[in-house]
Write a protein that binds this ligand. Structure first.
Ligand SMILES: *Cc1c(COP(=O)(O)O)cnc(C)c1O
Length: 427
């Protein structure tokens, strides 16, 4: 049995049917934006490996820091112990996140960061005398992860709520904010979606612990960019009703939108912030949930006082080190020019897609470029075409999109946009 045959016979891939598994390519090496396949073909990773490898694969500064940490201490438990990588990363995170967020919980993956955030909100409400507040409000077409509590606040249609209906917690959904990022804000609450949000929060305040959403950019739920003004009022409504506000920046964090965080489109901070994906520059799984002092003190001064969560690999030193090295690269600041350059080039080179038959919408924000079709497109066909296009793209639903590494050169980006246009013609 070849390695490839073993994979086909035994390994489960994300969202696949083992009976009809679809194509996979065998990758043997990754460097910068390039993936090398087993037959020597090279393709550009236009997905940043699910939006993580912002500095490119195998960045020398990150791998060097990881090698050094590997030689000292790849892992040690965090219960009753601490270490330099955790402390140093904490300092770097406090430097770049809103001042109100002062407490850091390190965990393994994005979905776990969301579980931790939701548990924090429920425990805060319990500890401050509101044990009835255990549900969540959210906006439709969101995505927050694949674990149970996270899944309960994913879009009820694309999140397959019907399949798991009996097993999922009931949550409160409102429509996604109707006014897009590039449209003029409309103050009328009946038109800007805020009347519906206010109605749901006001009438269920006794049972809602928090409002959770992806600020400004909804990722997997639809690649939708909405107006940040919505969030300013959402912040005020949460305060009025004693409801916490959770921002899931697992997709948007660390420069992807052109700002360090999508929260920076607003002048407020959430009570709880989830970060993941690009946190380690895509070098190893890691995530964090940050909270305001109010949330942490509320939990700490109530009963039971201890926050009831503690993963085995919490604050893994190797992952903390990778994240630290990635944040140091971001601190050099060149990402800002890189993302602005990528944004301008995506705008210019994807514009011709607007006149293609079947194309419903083309939109760009920071290092995110989307061609939205009228019909569903085939990820499998895109995958089969990757070697010939020289570009790896993984469309979903009606979207052909790229989230390239920030280090993608102009020529490499042109290869990506050409590949997207080719797919928009054939898919
Ligand atoms: C990817 C993603 C998650 C889940 O992260 P995993 O690391 O895949 O568990 C949660 N929220 C958002 C917004 C994401 O994009």
């Amino acid at each position: 049995m070849t390695q490839f045959e073993f994979d086909r016979a035994h390994l489960w891939h994300p969202y696949t049917n083992v009976v009809q598994p679809g194509p996979v390519h065998h990758v043997t090496q990754a460097e910068g934006v390039w993936l090398t396949l087993a037959d020597g073909t090279r393709v550009i990773d236009a997905m940043s490996s699910w939006w993580c490898t912002i500095h490119g694969h195998r960045h020398p500064a990150i791998t060097a820091a990881m090698h050094a940490q590997l030689d000292r201490m790849p892992h040690v438990m965090f219960g009753g112990l601490t270490h330099d990588p955790a402390v140093q990363l904490g300092q770097q995170l406090l430097d770049i996140t809103p001042d109100q967020l002062t407490r850091i919980f390190y965990c393994d993956s994005g979905s776990v960061a969301v579980e931790v955030a939701m548990k924090m909100a429920v425990q805060y409400q319990y500890a401050t005398g509101h044990p009835g507040r255990s549900q969540f409000a959210t906006i439709r077409s969101g995505y927050h992860g694949d674990t149970w509590k996270a899944m309960s606040v994913c879009d009820p249609n694309t999140g397959m709520h019907h399949l798991f209906a009996g097993a999922l917690s009931m949550q409160h959904f409102v429509d996604r904010p109707p006014i897009t990022l590039t449209e003029n804000w409309v103050d009328d609450p009946a038109l800007n979606g805020l009347a519906q949000l206010e109605q749901v929060l006001a009438s269920n305040a006794a049972s809602i612990a928090a409002l959770i959403l992806e600020p400004v950019v909804q990722g997997t739920g639809g690649m939708y960019f909405y107006h940040p003004e919505y969030l300013n009022t959402a912040r005020r409504l949460c305060d009025d009703h004693g409801i916490l506000l959770i921002y899931d920046e697992i997709a948007t964090g660390f420069g992807r939108t052109g700002r360090m965080f999508a929260t920076n489109f607003c002048d407020h901070a959430p009570d709880i912030l989830c970060l993941g994906k690009a946190l380690t520059g895509g070098h190893i799984s890691f995530a964090t949930t940050m909270a305001s002092d109010r949330v942490a003190q509320g939990i700490g001064h109530g009963a039971p006082g201890v926050f009831m969560h503690g993963p085995t690999f919490m604050a893994n030193p190797l992952a903390c080190t990778a994240a630290s090295a990635s944040l140091s690269l971001l601190a050099e600041g060149t990402w800002q020019q890189d993302v602005a350059r990528i944004e301008a080039q995506l705008e210019a080179e994807l514009a011709p897609a607007r006149t293609l038959p079947g194309v419903a919408n083309v939109r760009v924000l920071g290092a995110i470029g989307v061609i939205e079709m009228y019909h569903d497109v085939s990820a499998d066909t895109a995958n089969r075409m990757a070697p010939e296009l020289g570009v790896y793209l993984r469309p979903f639903g009606r979207k052909i999109y790229t989230m390239p590494p920030f280090v993608t050169s102009p020529d490499e980006l042109t290869a990506i946009t050409n590949a997207m246009l080719s797919l928009a013609r054939v898919l």
